[in-house]
Design a protein around this ligand. Structure first.
Ligand code: ADP
Length: 202
């Protein structure tokens, strides 16, 4: 079994708004230039059932996302639409199904040391308004919880990225078959993961 850090994998999905905003190349470049390796990629139009399953693979997702959203409102001195996290995500799931099936998406598996945490760092937080400058969600989109709430829709934030190593494992199996994920080497791995930087001088 491959246990070295460099084998960690994470799922990234460029959402329909990312494709419509012509950000495919930009997004791929961000993950590529940090040193991660693209090991699977495909364009698909997901079904509503597929999206519901994706978001509910983690039985805690409803509670965690509900609590995070309520906090997002309160941190700005705003009143959340409800105090009940499960009620909030119940409504959110319907909006997410509409959002994620509104056009093609690009699903990818990125591999490399700490890929889950590194991809989340580059991607930024859920809400573009409060996502730091330099992140994809901070730099390329201007949505907010407040705006999506008033338009009765999902927050548009360009990317889905797995939240933990365990979540990534489940999500990758949900989106890809084993033979769609390619096991190959890129030459820069020899420098990134070689302990002694051997082989620079002939
Ligand atoms: P992340 O994608 O950052 O892991 P979550 O898993 O918590 O975020 O939420 C899934 C997606 O649902 C988000 O990316 C965003 O598109 C949408 N979303 C989350 N919370 C809200 C909310 N309060 N209002 C509208 N859309 C939301």
């Amino acid at each position: 079994m491959n246990t070295h850090f460099k084998h960690e994998q994470t799922l990234v999905v460029i959402k329909p708004d990312g494709i419509q905003r012509s950000l495919i190349g930009e997004v791929i470049q961000r993950y590529e230039r940090v040193g991660l390796k693209l090991v699977a990629i495909k364009m698909v139009v997901p079904t509503e059932e597929f999206i519901e399953k994706h978001y509910t693979l983690d039985p805690e997702w409803r509670r965690i996302t509900g609590e995070k959203s309520i906090k997002g409102f309160k941190d700005k001195g705003l009143t959340p639409p409800t105090e009940d996290p499960l009620e909030l995500t119940g409504l959110l799931l319907g909006k997410l199904k509409k959002y994620m099936t509104s056009g093609p998406v690009i699903a990818m598996v990125w591999q490399g040391a700490h890929s889950v945490a590194i991809v989340r760092k580059i991607t930024g937080g859920t809400e573009p308004l409060t996502s730091p400058v330099g992140t994809i969600r901070g730099d390329y989109v201007l949505d907010s919880y407040q705006m999506s709430e008033s338009d009765i829709r999902s927050v548009r934030n360009i990317i889905h990225a797995s939240g933990s190593v365990a979540e990534a494992k489940n999500e990758i199996v949900h989106w890809f078959t084993k033979d769609e994920i390619i096991d190959y080497k890129i030459v820069q791995e020899q420098i990134m993961y070689d302990v002694n930087l051997d082989g620079i001088f002939g």
